[in-house]
Write a protein that binds this ligand. Structure first.
Ligand code: ATP
Ligand code: MG
Length: 397
């Protein structure tokens, strides 16, 4: 933990010979955004995961820019951007499929922020300078600012050393920071698993003590966080960590109990292993497939076994609606993703009705997902009468 009163007026400046991030590693979109901000008289830095991961020689997931320009000033300078968010207004700059998030320095003055009775930060659009902003960030490893012109990192919180040592440290008291935003608990789990970090006893204790506050987080935000947890290459260890920290109650309550069943656990972890391998090979990963798997045991619990040719599709649809409705109370899946999940499940029945329904199944737009799902069920020990092999042969011709 870095106490806020350990505030460093003059930060450590880390040069290229020490951080070793090469100029050609810098994201071109971020570079061009920062150039335009500078031209408009503002400052802009790369911050967060891009700096952290680049120092570690990893490929960063995205690139976040921070500036002293307000969202409206950013929009004036970069007209093809969009202001999003209510709790925290940020600006999205899209270039092809790449989105750069541009945020404005937050102020540590909390007089105008809105908090819930539990201390949860509900709204904060108070702007400040870099010295304020640094203490609003979650962990020291995420609070390094890269000046792309000078190729220097500005470090107020000894984050560079923490990255090198593999230590996850909260900025300020972890109890207060988790209370303010319990999603930071999920972020801690994610960074620990991704970067194999050490978590000290107090941080670990505070995570456990305050996880109940995740109840207060909107179901939409919890859905987004679940995707980040499980679709970024470390889902097996993250799922185990979430179990250890009793976090599944808040994100995946309908999955939680089934992890005690050997059979369901084997299926879910087999799929997570497959998901992590696909991530590493840069293959597409879809939220609908992930949730179809995570909620499959709950569906079977409602319908009974789906291994028979006699299963009626409308029975699956009815059970699917019930399962999704219950799940959405905690972790809201967008409507179009829900539709894909239902179709993947319905296909499980269709794919068994061979050869009668094979033409319809083959033409189905989610055929591939349904077929992959079927294979993973078989791989996890289900006896589906050789349906997987039948389909594998069928599509080979
Ligand atoms: P990733 O590799 O997943 O993108 P990241 O650290 O960049 O990791 P982002 O969600 O992109 O995560 O956020 C960018 C930065 O914004 C973080 O590094 C951190 O400094 C800050 N941040 C994000 N979420 C929070 C939060 N809930 N509380 C405080 N600071 C946060
Ligand atoms: Mg990021």
């Amino acid at each position: 933990m870095v106490a806020v009163n350990q505030y460093k007026i003059s930060p450590e400046i880390i040069g290229i010979s020490k951080h070793r991030i090469k100029p050609d590693q810098i994201d071109n979109d971020a570079k061009s955004i920062i150039k335009k901000l500078n031209k408009g008289g503002f400052k802009g830095y790369i911050v967060g995961g891009f700096v952290r991961d680049s120092i570690l020689g990893l490929k960063p997931k995205d690139c976040d820019v921070v500036t002293n320009a307000t969202p409206e000033e950013i929009k004036n300078l970069l007209p093809r951007t969009r202001i999003i968010g209510k709790r925290f207004k940020i600006v999205h700059a899209r270039s092809g499929r790449n989105i750069t998030e541009i945020s404005t320095f937050r102020s540590s003055n909390q007089s105008n922020t809105k908090k819930s009775s539990e201390g949860l930060l509900l709204r904060d659009n108070n702007y400040g300078n870099i010295e304020d902003d640094v203490f609003r960030r979650d962990f020291t490893i995420n609070a390094l600012y890269l000046d792309v012109e000078k190729m220097e990192i500005i470090d107020f919180v000894e984050g560079f050393q923490d990255i090198k040592n593999g230590d996850l440290k909260s900025i300020g008291d972890s109890f207060e920071r988790f209370k303010e935003d319990p999603v930071r608990i999920l972020r801690a789990i994610r960074f620990k698993a991704k970067l194999n970090l050490n978590i000290d006893n107090k941080l670990g204790r505070d995570m456990k003590k305050l996880s109940y506050l995740l109840k207060e987080i909107s179901s939409g935000r919890k859905y987004e966080e679940t995707l980040k947890l499980l679709l970024t290459g470390n889902s097996q260890s993250i799922m185990s960590e979430m179990q250890n920290h009793d976090l599944l109650d808040y994100l995946l309550p309908l999955t939680k109990d089934f992890l005690n069943s050997k059979k369901d656990k084997r299926f879910i972890f087999n799929v997570l292993k497959n998901t992590d391998e696909r991530y590493k090979r840069n293959k597409t990963l879809t939220p609908s497939f992930l949730f179809a798997v995570l909620l499959w045991p709950a569906l079977i619990n409602k319908t009974g076994s789906l291994n028979s040719k006699k299963i009626k599709i409308h029975n699956i649809s009815r059970a699917a609606n019930l399962v999704l409705k219950k799940h959405n109370q905690d972790c809201f899946i967008p409507a179009r993703i829900q539709q894909s999940i239902k179709e993947t499940w319905e296909l499980q029945a269709m794919l068994l009705k061979i050869p009668e329904k094979s033409k319809i199944a083959l033409k189905h737009k989610r055929f591939r997902a349904g077929y992959d799902f079927l294979l993973l069920r078989e791989k996890s020990g289900e006896n589906l009468g050789g349906a997987g092999q039948w389909w594998t042969k069928k599509i080979a011709y």
